[in-house]
Write a protein that binds this ligand. Sequence first.
Ligand SMILES: [Zn+2]
Length: 375
Amino acid sequence: MNFSQIPGQKETIARLTRSVKEERVSHAQLFSGPDGCGSLALALAYAQYVSCENRTEMDSCGICKSCVKYEKMIHPDLHFVFPVIKDKKNSEPVSDTYIEQWREFVKRSPYFTINNWLDSIEVGNAQGLIFATEASEIIKKLSLKSFESDFKIMIIWLPEKMHQATANKLLKMIEEPPEKTLFLLVSDEPDKVISTILSRCQLIKIPAFSNKDIRDYLAGRFNTTENKANDIAKVANGNIIRAIELCENEDSTLRNLDRFKTLMRYAWKRDIISIIGWSEEMAATGRENQKNFISFSLRILRENLMLSLDQLKNSLVFLSGEEASFSDNFHPYINQNNIYPLTDEFNLAYSHVEANGNAKIIFLDLALRITRLIR
Ligand SMILES: [Zn+2]
């Protein structure tokens, strides 16, 4: 991963390259910023830059022996630690148990959430953690001499998910690091990283992406029109993971908007026969789609309340084109009196769907209650 593959973030990149140029590379650094700011991508590009045999002022060369191995994420001096899961096959899993899947996943796109990662290794309801067994792995890897580069680099993604015992061992390693070792911690929730580790790391604070950077990135990676990329960048509000998700889910967003419109129309008309039909259709879409629809509805309700509160107009509203034109007409129906009961009903439906309740009853119930709340 080169710096040039990352949209924007020029100031952070300049700061990182400068530290290498001035030989002020701190041995423990923590990359962090708002959700979807590209912290892992920056850490990867930085590690590649530090190891590159032919780097320029701005970026790694992309073609030297080190860069080639970095691109494939198989450099022998690059180590990863990340949350994994326990299952029947692996009662004592470590990161390396999943290293093949991890490489493939990160190579596809370095912008993802822990849920995206855990979904890709199919966890069901298991919790992703860095287990106690990881501690001895870390020590083993870092006690080796570096093979090919000046530096051994360990990228620790989500140190906040680390078992206490592992964190204590890591702390020792950071306090008395083996020679030429670089720890790059990439955290979504730095306040949950144990404070003794946190205080020993140099903090690399990353800002959110600009809308323009996200728009350009989407236009390059996806086959979107400029207008669509604009809309999505606006809704994503600096979160590149959300932007990618929106691009990939554009179809499902339109479907959700359609379902939401239909529901509100029937509810307004108190058309019970049609409401029953709508509930049956919803029941047939499956749990994930149902949860998706409810989350979507909650967002639309919130945005429409913002539209209704006149003084906040434009400043806090993140709606894409189709949603915006629907909301132009819809927002007068949402106000401070009905927003709480409405969101309560949607949240209740969400928890019932999660608990595997009868979907036909859940959505019929939801729709009938909305008929009372929307007028
Ligand atoms: Zn290179």
